[in-house]
Design a protein around this ligand. Sequence first.
Ligand code: NDP
Length: 466
Amino acid sequence: MADAAYDYDLFVIGAGSGGVRAARIAAQSGARVAIAEEYRIGGTCVIRGCVPKKFMVYASDYGRKLKEARDYGWQIEEKGFDFETFMSAMHAEVDRLSGIYLKNLANAGVDVFEERAELSDAHTVVLKESGKTFTVDKVLIATGGTPWRPAPEDLPGVEHTITSNEVFQLESLPKHIVIAGGGYIACEFAHIFAGLGVETCLVYRGDTVLNGFDWDVRTAVHEGLKEAGVRVVTSAVFEEIREVEGEECPYCVKLSNGMEINADTILMAVGRRAATEGLGCDAAGVNLSDLGAIIVDDESRTSVPNIFAVGDVTDRIQLTPVAIREGHAFADTIFGDKPWSFEHDNVASAVFTQPEVGTVGMTEAEARKAFKKVDIYKTRFRPMKTMLLNDPERVMIKLVVNAEDDRVVGVHIVSPDAGEMIQMIGVAVKMGATKAQFDATCAVHPTIAEEIVTLRQKWVPDTEPA
Ligand code: NDP
């Protein structure tokens, strides 16, 4: 396997979830491996994504829990939320995790370079700070994605905005935030900030958030945002951001519908792009999509036979566990003599709104396109806990079934702990379980999740309760 003509058997660019997993597995299989990271070991998920975001969700949710506790009879004297205490605890945990990633790489025998790496041709990697150059047999590009923002000529004042990178570095809690976008990040942070008591406004160009999700999920989340106190402005985009007088709200966002909204913090959450700029893909001959993502085959191989790519930098699913599996499959296949490739179907995922979204498989619309007849089972109800609360929160559970073979091809949940539920249901859906098998599974009572196995009545559009 090893070719002594090269300095390394594998050079991984990017030490995020996918790159770290691939580097470790390849090194454990006996390859001589190096990895380079320009920002911090751990990548988006650990440093400025899933992990700190989830801590912020927890922090935000405690506000609601305090209110709920009162309705349940607890006498609580509330003194407010100490943002600084929370942020320093959160960053300490992020530092600890980043350290573990570094230690695991070292333990596996991977050489780690904490600086930017670029390709100067298909077999040469250059480190930008030290100027070191290495010849390499195989390259894995795992540089992830980066938040996208419009250019200043398209959005004057865009320099006053932050992205999901800077949101984790805020020094104080905003008082008035405006968020652009209606995807994962926009919806999650709208709930986070509203829950922390920030006056929150979300501006979305469409009519219902979470484009691409099942319609019932979209409407439930859209309503949930409003119930959480988020001001939701639809069919509008930012037109201009200007500085204004006033300590509390130094910025004014002008929208395409003529509205003006004052804020102290403006978060652009309008999508992410593959981090390929200046990486040397052209010099190496690696083909990119129109949006700059690396095009790969089922084995994560690019247009250049010795160069591979995994994770958000490719034009596939942008989720941490997917990047990890792609990286693992690559390393096992190329260095471990254990060929396999990751199947990108039925990948369960969660959106950490409050309540959460859990989803796996096809939406109703996708299933109706794919199959002759589709049966829908769905329910929307107030969970038991809320019966003692002054809280309108309802949950939604929906099963999409291919009527021809009775297989459950999609499950969509909006509920507290939906992320936990969908992880379990994902196993059944991946195994091809039928509705009859769901029905044969005995309920766990009293839970929200029991509804997943007790939905008996097919949904008929005309009979849906108002
Ligand atoms: P998304 O693609 O989810 O959402 C982007 C949003 O921005 C959409 O609502 C889109 O509108 C809108 N938009 C795009 N371009 C413009 C524009 N020019 N002007 C105004 N609005 C615009 O991206 P995110 O940045 O939220 O997240 C990126 C990815 O990261 C996600 O797709 C997901 O895979 C991953 N992620 C996963 C999380 C999780 O697992 N919980 C959490 C966070 C991120 P439209 O809908 O009309 O296209």
